[in-house]
Write a protein that binds this ligand. Structure first.
Ligand SMILES: [Zn+2]
Length: 83
């Protein structure tokens, strides 16, 4: 069962990661996608948009998704990525 406290924590984490990617130069859509990748896995993620693709390609860490790279090391799914 998902508790309200857990939902709030996940939303806060999603917002924190989104902000980090936004500061790295990604648009809001792609920043949100990257946050989803960190939290829930990269495999089913849409590709970054054309404007962000070059920025994403310059990020330091590989992910399981070919089109995506990450600001921080990522396991590719689960809830234990460093955020
Ligand atoms: Zn974008």
């Amino acid at each position: 069962m998902t508790t309200p406290a857990k939902i709030a924590a996940e939303l806060a984490r999603h917002r924190t990661i989104t902000t980090a990617y936004s500061k790295a130069g990604l648009c809001l859509r792609c920043s949100g996608l990257a946050a989803r990748g960190h939290m829930y896995g990269w495999a089913d993620l849409s590709d970054p948009c054309a404007r962000c693709a070059a920025t994403v390609a310059a990020l330091p860490h590989p992910t399981p998704a070919e089109a995506w790279r990450a600001l921080r090391p990522t396991s590719g799914g689960g809830h234990n990525d460093a955020a």
